[in-house]
Write a protein that binds this ligand. Structure first.
Ligand SMILES: [Zn+2]
Length: 209
């Protein structure tokens, strides 16, 4: 199904997992929101990972085939990282997992970030704030905020609470931040209700039998 017909899903409670969820089957057909360059730009905008002005500049300065190539690299990165998460979710990460994160560190070496002190306009707290900016020199630099959220996931998230939705055909992943760690579904609206309806039908059938 064409990704333009349906907004991307941000229900993982962890941006790194939202990126993995950028391909999913929300109803019955698979949707890949980053299946081409234009899709990648739209997804990055919806995720709030790249300033809108930067996306507009990229759109006007890079060729569609350059952007498609970056989207292809993003999909490669996504499927490689999915494997990393799928094999480790449900238990805390260990130092030996670092070996398999080398591709992220290699990408980081090419990043061009710079700091900037800006006045904090919100009331209270400190007057100044340190902001991280990036030189968006090439279309490839669009991968950097993605690399960053994947790195944040392994650095900040408790992998013991990284879960896959229990929906039988659902591929969505999420971080369970609920008290008691009882979250089972990507969302109540998608798989939670489906499971409720299925359980209800089962009870009715049992009653009839
Ligand atoms: Zn689900």
């Amino acid at each position: 199904m064409d990704y333009r017909q349906i907004p991307a899903m941000f229900l993982a409670d962890a941006p790194g997992l939202d990126f993995l969820n950028s391909v999913a089957t929300p109803v019955d057909v698979e949707v890949d929101w980053i299946s081409d360059g234009e899709g990648l730009l739209a997804w990055l905008e919806q995720a709030g990972l790249v300033p809108r002005a930067t996306l507009a500049t990229m759109r006007s300065q890079a060729t569609p085939s350059e952007l498609d190539a970056v989207a292809a690299r993003a999909r490669e990165l996504r499927e490689w990282f999915r494997e990393f998460v799928q094999t480790r979710k449900g238990r805390p990460l260990t130092a030996s997992d670092l070996r398999d994160l080398e591709p992220l560190n290699q990408l980081f070496e090419r990043d061009e970030q710079y700091g900037e002190i800006v006045a904090n306009v919100t009331q209270g707290g400190s007057i100044f704030e340190l902001r991280a900016n990036r030189r968006w020199k090439s279309p490839e630099s669009l991968l950097m905020p993605i690399v960053e959220v994947l790195a944040r996931l392994v650095c900040d998230e408790d992998f013991a609470q990284v879960k896959a939705c229990e929906g039988p055909r659902c591929t969505l992943l999420f971080a369970d931040h609920t008290r008691g760690h009882a979250r089972r579904w990507c969302s109540m609206a998608i798989c939670g209700n489906r499971a409720k309806v299925a359980a209800h039908r089962k009870r009715l059938k049992e009653r009839e039998a």
